[in-house]
Design a protein around this ligand. Structure first.
Ligand code: ADP
Length: 247
């Protein structure tokens, strides 16, 4: 895959919460197909940046372009339609439905008549279902109730529910939080599989996870970008060590 086309362009972004500037003059861009990790100390503005990219928070200044579209002119639901998927920390899966019912539900984005969901599935939908079940490594558990899954599996199901809507850009907040070591490892591998096809932004606090799976990292500090580069560059940067690691 060749990385070249910018998919996100943020210029001089400002976000103001009742007079408090959470984001101040932030420039940020992403190329299609990137897996980008967003790190930085608490309060740096990482979550706020994701909130702006999915339309949950409206900026007080600057430009936010997704492809050629100015996101600041759109509502959150419109931005989802444009192809930006956001996973929040609180789970939004239906525990009493099976894994595949959750996925089908998300694919159709409509509720009701659950008992006939599977029967009505078209061959195209079925193949899409199997494709994403494979990707999130839950094929063997397709018919199990979501409530019976492990914490990690629930998180993957939720990522699958986003993927099956086929967004171009996926925004994830601490995808491996609370997972076992082996689940964390699988999550890192999943992120790399996803980024073969999509652009992915991950906010992550677990530095061990970042070290293991990140190639390109953006370090935020006090509402702006402090440094950007490879994991190697970031690890050897004095300024980053100073603000981020408190040294
Ligand atoms: P991070 O994700 O890097 O920890 P956040 O984006 O959550 O940082 O927060 C950046 C700053 O903005 C913090 O100081 C936080 O307290 C503040 N903040 C975030 N959301 C709100 C809000 N809705 N109202 C007021 N202040 C907020």
């Amino acid at each position: 895959k060749t990385i070249s086309e910018p998919i996100v362009l943020v210029e001089q972004l400002e976000v103001d919460f009742d007079g408090f500037k959470a984001i101040r003059g932030l420039d940020f861009s992403l190329e299609a197909g990137e897996l980008r990790f967003l790190i930085g100390p608490n309060g740096a503005g990482k979550t706020t940046l994701l909130d702006v990219l999915c339309g949950k928070v409206k900026p007080s200044g600057g430009r936010v372009l997704f492809r050629q579209t100015d996101l600041t002119r759109h509502q959150e639901h419109q931005i989802a339609q444009l192809g930006i998927g956001r996973k929040f920390q609180a789970p939004s899966i239906f525990m009493t439905l099976t894994v595949q019912e959750n996925l089908l539900l998300s694919m159709r984005q409509k509720r009701g008549l659950l008992s006939t969901l599977v029967a009505k599935t078209t061959p195209e939908q079925r193949s899409r279902l199997h494709y994403y079940l494979e990707m999130i490594a839950l094929t063997d558990k397709a018919k199990e109730k979501a409530g019976a899954l492990s914490h990690g599996e629930k998180q993957w199901l939720e990522i699958g529910m986003l993927l099956i809507q086929e967004p171009e850009l996926l925004l994830l907040d601490e995808p491996a939080a609370g997972m076992t070591d082996s689940e964390t490892e699988k999550t890192g591998e999943l992120l790399h599989r996803i980024s073969d096809q999509k652009t992915v932004v991950v906010v992550e606090h677990d530095m061990e996870f970042v070290r293991q799976f990140a190639k390109t990292v953006t370090v935020m500090h006090e509402g702006t970008v402090l440094r950007e580069g490879t994991m190697q560059d970031i690890q050897n940067d004095d300024k980053v060590a100073e603000v981020y690691l408190g040294r």
